[in-house]
Design a protein around this ligand. Structure first.
Ligand code: A2P
Length: 323
């Protein structure tokens, strides 16, 4: 289903992937299997999501059906903040690979440019008195050197970063033997990441858009953490709805198509079989220049950013806190 982009190391990465954030184990296993059987060839998870075993079960079930081969699937996972130290990367990648039931991952990302205290391997978000317990000794370059080793060990085919600032990306690029292949960032019509896209283009770093629908489902999580951030409602934006009506598509399909049509990789999350199918059906129509211009106009720049580190109370004290 759909097309792919060629990464700076020659590897091909499907433009459409299934996002797995906030999808608990059993639900995610069914969602991954449904997505792979519906034609998705890219799955995005993370150690921090605590669901890699469920993702692995979904992949195994799809392969067992005989309709998909491991070599056809692009699996992405991420180094947790509690593993952000030279010498710890291999341990966490091996744990992820084992949980996923694989021999390697296609892409391993540094989840965020931050370190959290490693109090327990099973607690990626250590908290004290409502604040995250930080490890402020984070050295991005030495972590990146460890990431490069993961490629030579054959544990990751490609490596990349996530949630970095443009300056942090440049720091890695100018000290790397293997430049990042991908930068995964929040990206959607309200926050189109024009500056970051420019920087990444210069170094041939592909962009993956997380929260391409602006993650409406995180409301519950934020309420639980006591975080007050107003969430954008992209699915009901009148311009998006107008373009959707014109093409007889859903608002979600328009939001995703807008990104993939610009070679931005998208990883919409869904655990609903109908919506998984719907989100996958974005390669059978095209937005015209008028639609694209109207959607480009919805960009609010920095004001459109809706994932901030404020959702992790206390993180702003870390010297590398990106936003
Ligand atoms: P669900 O899992 O029940 O489908 P994002 O990918 O931006 O993080 O957004 C994911 C959120 O959007 C989830 O809450 C998901 O809920 C919901 N969602 C995913 N696809 C669609 C769709 N096509 N229409 C409406 N909501 C969707």
């Amino acid at each position: 289903m759909g097309s792919s982009v060629k990464l700076n190391n020659g590897q091909k990465m499907p433009l459409l992937g299934l996002g797995c954030w906030q999808a608990p184990g059993d639900e995610v296993a069914a969602a991954v299997e449904a997505a792979l059987l519906a034609g998705y060839r890219h799955i995005d998870t993370a150690y921090n999501y605590l669901n890699e075993d469920g993702v692995g079960r979904g992949i195994k079930a799809a392969i067992a059906s005989g309709k998909v081969k491991r070599s056809d699937i692009f699996v992405v996972t991420k180094l947790p903040m509690i593993g952000m130290q030279a010498g710890k990367v291999e341990k966490y990648l091996r744990k992820s690979i084992k949980a996923l039931g694989l021999d390697y991952v296609d892409l391993y990302l540094v989840h965020a440019p931050l370190g959290f205290a490693e109090r327990s391997e099973s607690d990626p978000f250590p908290m004290d008195n409502g604040k995250v317990v930080l490890d402020c000794s984070t050295d991005l370059i030495s972590v990146w050197k460890d990431m490069e080793k993961m490629v030579s060990l054959g544990l990751a085919k490609s490596i990349g970063v996530s949630n970095f600032t443009d300056k942090q990306v440049l720091k890695i690029v100018s000290n790397a033997k293997i430049p990042p292949a991908v930068h995964q960032v929040e990206c959607h019509v309200y926050f189109q990441q024009l500056k970051m896209r420019e920087v990444c283009k210069k170094y041939n770093i592909a962009i993956t858009a997380y929260a391409p629908l602006a993650s409406p489902g995180r409301k519950v999580l934020y309420e639980k953490r006591g975080v007050k951030i107003e969430l954008p409602d992209l699915l009901n934006n009148p311009v998006v709805r107008l373009v959707a009506e014109k093409h007889k598509r859903t608002a979600a399909q328009v939001l995703l198509r807008f990104l993939v049509q610009q070679d931005i990789i998208v990883i919409p999350k869904s655990t609903n079989a109908g919506r998984i199918k719907q989100n996958g059906d974005i390669f059978s129509f095209k937005l015209d220049e008028l639609d694209m211009e109207a959607l480009r106009f919805l960009n609010q720049g920095e004001a459109g950013r809706s994932f901030t580190m404020l959702s992790f109370p206390g993180v702003e004290r870390h010297p590398e806190c990106p936003f």
